[in-house]
Design a protein around this ligand. Structure first.
Ligand code: HEM
Length: 426
């Protein structure tokens, strides 16, 4: 009798995933999933849900069983011509073509390439803050976070500085089209096409007169005797806007939200030692990461928790839930930048670290591990340190945080505040 009552109490109605309560605060449902349904078959959305830390980690690592590609009902890859970004690397799944493209571009965002670019990252942060510092208050998202990473990418590509505002406009339309249908999608696709028309002559010009910018390097890159097609280059640039721009924008907003509202006491620690912004980034990526879910398809039958997931089943990997798993982290629902059970240093693709501590899952792991992991951290740390140093005596004024900001399933569930107002001494 007690067991039956327990089962009833812990049952999940799959419509809960679409409810506003889940968008606002997904963590209670994540806990129920981890504790009572570590492998949940969601028949309503036709997918299987994985939520425990080591299970999410295992699926990310198991390329033989879990593919990133999206299939059409006829079993062929569904490349994203109707997707707002057009065909892009994420949709190459786990194929050799993905490996080829990744090897071609991944080096652009790490090591010396990244270090050489940091003065410009600093300069862009300074320029934006110069416009704000006399105001005495700021809505951080519209005036800073949504501007900063996209201007960084525009500069990295070597686009003319006078075109930066146009690029920001395309970015906003593309992001608004992401995960939404109808009018938003149409506007997003129109912005993408405009951006592609803009890039065409620029790519030809960079082919003739290469510079030291990302676009020139993408045009010239060659691996195994092959170059990227113009569509692949443009699809990659479009993806960068969301994968590199929107995510970092929201990461900076999440860092400030938690410093101001969740742990103001620890904001004092960070002001005293700005090196700790790196810990704030890591703990944010665990406690409340920007991206909460990633999608996979099984390529064969998979046994997990004594059940069989069939071949070609849709899988949702809730990395936001894995990050709060008490099987991996002590007091997982506490935001703590001084944690001793989380790998605080830079992430890597294997997700295994010399200090033996588990890392956050916020960049994924394995074949599709985020290519911009080092760049995102550097950008976020530079932005937050400059903000804290240049806006004196920052205080929270108002925040509107409705939770997952792009509610559609294929948006990956980006989570961040919609508005974040700060006050400071002008
Ligand atoms: C805090 C900011 C960021 C977050 C939360 C984030 C998150 C992620 C996640 C979760 C994935 C894995 C997708 C999967 O497993 O299917 C990913 C992949 C990717 N990210 Fe990021 N990302 C961030 C910043 C960046 C930046 C700055 C760039 C580039 C400049 C970037 C470029 C990419 C690319 C190209 C991929 C696809 C990799 C592949 O399929 O091989 N990301 N990102």
């Amino acid at each position: 009798m007690a067991a039956a009552e327990d089962a009833l109490r812990n049952a999940i109605d799959p419509r809960e995933f679409d409810a506003p309560e889940f968008q606002r605060d997904p963590f209670p449902l994540y806990k129920k999933l981890r504790d009572h349904h570590p492998l949940y078959h969601d028949r309503f959305h036709n997918r299987w849900v994985i939520s425990r830390y080591w299970d999410v980690d295992g699926a990310f690592q198991d390329n033989g069983s879990f593919d990133r590609a999206v299939y059409r009902p006829d079993g062929e890859y569904a490349f994203g011509s109707e997707h707002v970004f057009g065909p892009n690397i994420l949709e190459y799944g786990n194929s050799d073509q993905h490996r080829w493209l990744r090897n071609m571009v991944a080096g652009q965002f790490v090591g010396n390439r990244l270090t050489g670019f940091l003065p410009i990252v600093n300069q862009i942060a300074t320029e934006l803050l110069d416009k704000i510092r006399e105001q005495g208050e700021v809505e951080l998202i519209s005036q800073f976070t949504s501007q900063f990473p996209i201007r960084v990418i525009s500069n990295m590509l070597g686009l003319p500085r006078e075109d930066e505002d146009i690029f920001v406009g395309w970015y906003q339309a593309l992001i608004a089209g992401l995960g939404f249908g109808g009018e938003h999608l149409m506007r997003g696709v129109a912005a993408r096409n405009e951006m592609w028309d803009y890039l065409d002559p620029l790519m030809k010009e960079r082919e003739r007169n290469p510079g030291d910018d990302l676009l020139s390097r993408l045009v010239a890159a060659e691996l195994d005797g092959e170059r990227m097609s113009p569509e692949e280059i443009k699809g990659f640039v479009a993806l960068l806007l969301a994968a590199g721009g929107d995510t970092t924008d929201k990461a900076i907003a999440n860092m400030w939200f938690h410093m101001l509202y969740t742990r103001p006491d620890q904001l004092d620690d960070v002001k005293a030692d700005p090196e700790l912004w790196s810990n704030v980034f890591t703990e944010m990526m665990r406690y409340d990461p920007v991206v909460h879910a990633q999608f996979r398809h099984t390529t064969r039958e998979v046994k997990l928790h004594d059940r069989i997931i069939p071949e070609r089943a849709g899988i949702i990997l809730y990395l936001g839930a894995g990050n709060r798993d008490e099987r991996a982290f002590k007091n997982p629902d506490t935001f703590d930048i001084h944690r001793d059970d989380l790998h605080m240093g830079r992430e890597n693709r294997s997700g295994r670290y010399k200090d033996g501590k588990p890392g956050h899952l916020g960049f994924g792991i394995g074949q599709h591990f985020c290519m911009g992991y080092a760049m995102a951290r550097q950008e976020a740390v530079i932005a937050c340190s400059q903000l804290a140093a240049r806006l004196k005596n920052i205080r929270p004024k108002f925040a509107d945080h409705e939770g997952i900001s792009s509610p559609s399933i294929d948006s990956g569930g980006f989570r961040s505040p919609n508005e974040l107002w700060l006050e400071f001494d002008a």
